[in-house]
Design a protein. Sequence first.
Length: 81
Amino acid sequence: MQTIDINKRIVESYLELLNNLSPNSKLDLISGLSASLKTSKKAKANSLKSLAGDFINEKSAEEVISDLKQARNFNRNTESF
């Protein structure tokens, strides 16, 4: 199956779902879709890149793992019956 056929089937499925909406809801949906088309795609591409490098640490991976293991606090108290 080609991509065009899949996209057409998806659009048809959405249209079947949207037929039961009120006219006002359909207008809200249209305005939301229009607004999403006006946004630049660069913002989406850069949004994931902005997360890169947030955890900058001068310790090695082994030192970070060791610190995490040492910071664990197990205080489970078991009671006998």
